[in-house]
Design a protein. Structure first.
Length: 448
């Protein structure tokens, strides 16, 4: 595994799921899709079980502290926490019968609909407080909602941008955007690469985190924004054909393909930090490393606009109530505590992610107005959800469907082959056909 892939996987907990467990889900779309799983309210007292992924050490410590603090703050509910290695986490939930799942469980955003479809998660609206729901950011709520019901809420969210080296950009005479309102067009971004190339000894001026390939979740999370910014969708109204392979998306992917000659393979993971390239297309999780390396020369820019406005991916790990819980009232009380400012701030301080509650976000030194990563907060403040992708919204939720594992698998395979030189029109059409066939075979993965 390459260093970039290792780093992405290590920090995936702050941004998105690993690709392998998502692929494992694809074979598990066996839910009938009929009826709704609903947990039992219970007494609101006693012992409840909680499962979470074991991410970075600092994240695990923050969660353990939250559980310890909750248990000592009152005497009616006792939480028993089980940490499961991140690489096994989604596979473990997938393989476990609903009756054996915990009262509260963490899950990565794109896996939620599949767990709802297979009756492993219950709606949480009756169990978490109205205050907790109201304080969740709109982007976080968009990831956790199906048909008007909420199944998950996160402590943190994620976002993409382009990190720039001010010194190298200035030396090449490249003017760069400073906010969402003056973003680069795709043509201006391409022109910037050309200008940087003229001043670069090896002509490699861009990092796209390519060393792990793109046939994985990084491919979808990192570059589906190109599809959305071109006015397309991974899937629209249950169909990929006409949305994923539209002429505008094909054209945008040809532009993406053309950048390859400017890309540093970045096999050591240090292309941007060491100053070999002037631009790095990646997420919020690289800020600590880049900030330490570049200091005041670090600038944070939005992704380029392909015609439908700049777009970013969003979404991350969330918390929900197990469908077979016999004490959902207690589960909700723990979620209320977990999603309070103290714990959200402790967790996002530990992992550097964007707080997913309004109050913690407003107070965050990194993401508040005037903070160095304000751009990520500004993007999340303009959520699209997963279907209404207009020019004015920015943060797009990956498709909330039980068929997401197939969507991400086929799109990322197409992206990887396009980057490798394949014809964009053929590759996207093939992916769209495969996605539509799978949805047809599974009656559209309907969730009531």
């Amino acid at each position: 595994m390459s260093s970039t892939t290792r780093r992405f996987r290590r920090t995936a907990s702050t941004g998105l799921a690993l690709a392998l467990p998502l692929a494992a889900l694809a074979a598990c779309g066996g839910g009938s899709g009929s009826g709704n799983a609903s947990a039992e309210e219970g007494s609101g007292k006693g012992t409840i079980s909680v499962w979470a992924h074991q991410g970075q050490k600092s994240e695990a410590a923050a969660l353990q502290d939250a559980v310890k603090s909750f248990n000592s703050s009152q005497s009616e509910i006792k939480v028993e926490l089980k940490l499961i290695p991140e690489s096994d986490y989604t596979k473990t939930i997938t393989a476990t019968d609903a009756s054996k799942l915990p009262d509260v469980m963490e899950f990565d955003g794109p896996t939620m609909a599949n767990f709802v479809y297979n009756k492993k998660l219950a709606p949480i609206d009756s169990y978490v407080s109205a205050k907790t729901l109201a304080n969740a950011t709109d982007a976080s709520k968009a990831q956790g909602e199906i048909n008007g019901k909420h199944y998950g809420l996160g402590m943190y969210d994620s976002g993409l941008g382009i990190y720039g080296n001010k010194k190298l950009l200035d030396a090449a005479g490249v003017k760069y955007p400073t906010s969402l309102s003056d973003d680069w067009t795709a043509a201006q971004f391409t022109a910037a690469l050309k200008a940087l190339k003229a001043k670069d000894s090896d002509g490699k001026t861009l990092d796209l985190q390519e060393s792990g390939g793109y046939a994985n979740e990084w491919g979808t999370y990192g570059f589906a924004p190109i599809v959305w910014s071109a006015g397309g969708s991974l899937i629209k109204d249950g169909k990929a054909e006409g949305a994923l392979d539209s002429p505008a998306v094909v054209s945008a992917m040809k532009t993406f393909q053309s950048w390859k000659t400017s890309v540093d393979p970045n096999t050591d993971g240090n292309a941007f930090a060491k100053g070999r390239v002037a631009l790095s297309w990646v997420g919020h999780w690289m800020y600590p490393t880049y900030s330490k390396a570049l200091g005041d020369d670090l600038v944070v820019l939005p992704l380029p606009d392909f015609g439908n406005g700049p777009k970013t991916g969003q979404g991350s790990w969330s918390w929900g109530v197990g469908a077979d819980s016999k004490n959902a009232k207690a589960a909700g009380a723990f979620m209320d505590y977990l999603l309070g400012d103290t714990n959200v701030t402790a967790m996002t301080t530990a992992n550097g992610a964007v707080p997913a509650t309004k109050t913690a976000l407003a107070a965050s030194p990194l993401y508040k107005q005037g903070g160095p990563l304000q751009l990520f907060a500004d993007q999340l403040a303009k959520p699209c959800g997963d279907s209404d992708i207009t020019k004015s919204c920015v943060a797009v939720t990956r498709p909330v469907t039980a068929g997401y594992p197939v969507v991400t698998s086929k799109f990322s395979e197409a992206l990887n082959s396009i980057y490798g030189g394949a014809d964009p029109k053929s590759a996207l059409a093939k992916a769209a056909r495969a996605i539509d066939q799978d949805f047809s075979d599974n009656a559209g993965y309907k969730i009531p």
